[in-house]
Design a protein around this ligand. Structure first.
Ligand SMILES: Cc1cc2nc3c(=O)[nH]c(=O)nc-3n(C[C@H](O)[C@H](O)[C@H](O)COP(=O)(O)O)c2cc1C
Length: 314
């Protein structure tokens, strides 16, 4: 059985997080992953307190297992969402897009396990000093907002820099990836792209089809000029955005282009105008499965690889 200290720390059976995904990771997907023994995570994205509260209540009708909420620190509703997770006694908060220092004390006082997503050693050190329970070290292979450093390079450097558990994210979609993350010193993995095609994932069919058809070169990162790069499947939207970026469009103009584009992809399946956020590993994601099948495949596959690894040592 694959069990790491992270499992005991969070009360989960399997060291697999389903990454928060704006407009996508709702109570349906998160409850299915938690029921399967991993950590399901509701993405609070730019939603307000009422939406999040409803999703938490919905999740609790489906599972009594531990779950998390992903708080996007850039959200205009971040303050009220930060309070909802306290009021609702959410067991785990994963933060994205920035430094959660402002909320750490209140969350720690409420016994919430706080696990920031970091893309650099410096931020990992900072949040560890402020009382983070663990960190997610997310490489640039990931779908969504990304940093510059690859998972392979980032994870061991973060592991060496902090004395809290490290969860590896970015480019992990099967047991080999999970095993590799453990070899780099991670105590768990966070997976986004593969869960896009989970049966319980309510994203548009167009989105799922595009992920299933993707290959190793199907994604591109745009937005580096704004300081907030994003990885998505190549599409009419990413072409238009990249053209504007190359032509020197301002951050404001690019921001306006991006507004609502993920919603159009996730909810409407709008191929022309949608931004289909997705990681580089999409080429390996070739079938729709239940969340339980995905979690089991990740864990069972890792067990096989890890057991076989000693054969390489004479
Ligand atoms: C469609 C999509 C939306 C995402 N939205 C968020 C988000 O709202 N907040 C966040 O912290 N991370 C977000 N992420 C990152 C994931 O939580 C996760 O860390 C990442 O997908 C892992 O890499 P992978 O895509 O290679 O599996 C998103 C990823 C995807 C694919």
């Amino acid at each position: 059985m694959l069990k790491t200290p992270l499992c005991d720390l969070l009360g989960i059976e399997k060291p697999v997080f389903q990454g928060g995904m704006a407009w996508i990771a709702d109570a349906s997907l998160a409850s299915a992953v938690s029921e399967a023994g991993g950590l399901g995570i509701i993405a609070a994205m730019n939603a307000d307190a009422n939406w999040l509260r409803d999703q938490i209540h919905e999740l609790r009708t489906r599972t009594d297992k531990p779950f998390g909420v992903n708080v996007m620190l850039m959200s205009p509703f971040a303050d009220e969402v930060a309070q909802v997770v306290i009021d609702e006694r959410v067991p785990v908060v994963v933060t994205g897009a920035g430094n959660p220092a402002k909320y750490m004390k209140a969350w720690n006082d409420a016994s919430i396990k706080v696990i920031p997503v970091v893309a650099s050693v410096a931020l990992a050190r900072l949040v560890a000093r402020r009382g983070a329970t663990a960190v997610v070290a997310e490489g640039t292979e990931s779908g969504g907002h990304i940093g510059e450093t690859s998972t392979m390079a980032l994870v061991p450097q973060v592991v060496d820099a902090v004395d809290i558990p490290v969860v590896a994210a970015g480019g992990i979609a099967d047991g080999r990836g999970v095993a590799a993350a453990f070899m780099l010193g991670a105590a768990g993995v966070q997976v986004g792209t593969r869960f896009l095609v989970a049966d319980e994932c309510t994203v548009s069919e167009q989105y799922k089809e595009m992920v299933l058809k993707a290959n190793d070169t199907s994604t591109r990162a745009t937005g580096r000029s704004t300081g907030h790069p994003v990885r998505a499947l190549k599409s009419p939207f990413t072409n238009a955005y990249a053209k504007s970026e190359a032509a020197g469009a301002s951050s404001e103009e690019l921001g306006a282009m991006g507004t609502g584009a993920l919603r159009k992809a996730a909810m409407d399946g709008n191929y022309e105008e949608g931004s289909f956020l997705c990681g580089q590993i999409a080429g390996m994601v070739n079938e729709c499965q239940s969340a339980r099948e995905i979690v089991d495949d990740l864990v069972d596959g890792a067990e096989r690889v890890l057991k076989g690894a000693s054969a390489w040592v004479a």
